[in-house]
Design a protein around this ligand. Structure first.
Ligand code: ADP
Ligand code: MG
Length: 318
């Protein structure tokens, strides 16, 4: 049985009459990596502030590790590591000194702190930079130090607000890999926010799509695809030369086909209720047209995200 470690019910935050977060309900299980995905201004940081008890909700309830964030923010702080999107270190202190300082603030003895700090700095790949002043760290190094910093008090949950912001692609891959590794080794629960679909897709067990304060959909990628695409859950990508008008019409008329998207003169995407790759392939072969590629496409988060937003925008303007 999965056990909820973060429990959010009907959470709303209103700033100046405008809701930043609206009726959000979400539970996150122990050991899960959950991605809060949404464009700027969606309400991700506001949600995180409420989880940490840094901002009071207008209404609704939040429990983290069984503790009410609004009533006992300090209790939550003890168990949750938080990496803000604008993390800062003392520039004139080294990586090691910064970690030891955080440990001291958290009431950890010097001896324990030294041990943990060295171990963590190794884990995040900063072993060669422990005595370097953090003012000289790159953005990627700072984010890795930030991870070590949130882990020094051995939290049960870590909350990372846009952890990959401003890091180059290689740094992003390393950081995400590290997050996954920590999650697996320590059964650490991770909530991360991002507006980068591809990155979230790489590490998250589940994602929630958040737009204008509302959680539009949540689940695993497969569940999201089903929720968002409904019946036309298969896409067959076809490249052939030529794709004749007659064939195109025949494909459109197949009972399983819901929609055909012509990408170029020689390529189409066929949206269908069942995987009918063989049927489509046969049509081309019967007409002796050379098929250079026919493959079933899987929906990525990218398609999910875009299609969802496109759908919403057209609903809103309608
Ligand atoms: P995200 O982190 O997803 O980019 P935020 O949670 O920062 O989004 O912001 C959500 C909305 O709430 C935005 O419209 C933002 O302008 C508004 N907002 C955030 N903080 C405040 C504040 N302290 N006062 C007024 N409005 C705010
Ligand atoms: Mg934010």
């Amino acid at each position: 049985m999965s056990e909820a470690i973060i429990n959010i019910k009907n959470l709303t935050k209103i700033y100046d009459d405008v809701p930043a977060v609206e009726q959000l309900s979400l539970s996150i299980n122990k050991g899960e990596i959950f991605g809060l995905l949404g464009p700027n201004g969606a309400g991700k940081s506001t949600t995180i502030f409420m989880l940490l008890g840094l901002t009071e909700p207008t209404s609704g309830s939040i429990k983290v590790c069984g503790i009410d964030s609004t009533k006992s923010p300090l209790g939550v702080k003890q168990r949750v590591g938080y990496l803000p999107d604008d993390l800062g270190f003392y520039q004139n202190m080294t990586g090691l000194e910064n970690l030891l300082y955080t440990a001291q603030l958290n009431g950890i003895s010097r001896e324990v702190a030294e041990k943990r700090a060295h171990h963590l700095l190794n884990q995040v790949g900063l072993e060669d930079a422990i005595h370097k002043k953090t003012g000289k760290y790159s953005r990627g190094m700072k984010q890795r130090l930030g991870l070590a910093d949130v882990l020094i008090k051995e939290p049960e949950v870590i909350i990372l607000d846009e952890p990959t912001l401003g890091i180059d692609p290689k740094g992003v891959r390393e950081l995400l890999h590290l997050i996954k590794k920590l999650n697996q080794e320590k059964n650490l629960t991770v909530l991360l926010s991002s507006h980068h679909l591809h990155q979230v897709q790489q590490v998250c067990d589940r994602v929630g799509i958040f737009v204008k304060g509302k959680l539009l959909a949540k689940g695993t990628l497969n569940e999201l695809a089903l929720q968002l695409f409904g019946n036309d859950n298969y896409v067959v990508h076809v490249e052939a030369n030529p794709i004749t008008e007659r064939l195109l019409n025949e494909i459109k008329e197949l009972p399983e086909v819901t929609y055909v998207n012509q990408i170029t003169a020689t390529s189409i995407d066929v949206f269908c209720k069942k995987d009918i790759t063989p049927t489509i392939a046969k049509k081309f072969m019967d007409d002796e047209i050379e098929l250079s590629n026919i493959s079933k496409k899987n929906y990525g988060l990218d398609e999910i995200y875009h299609r969802y937003f496109e759908g919403r925008e057209s609903n809103e303007t309608a």
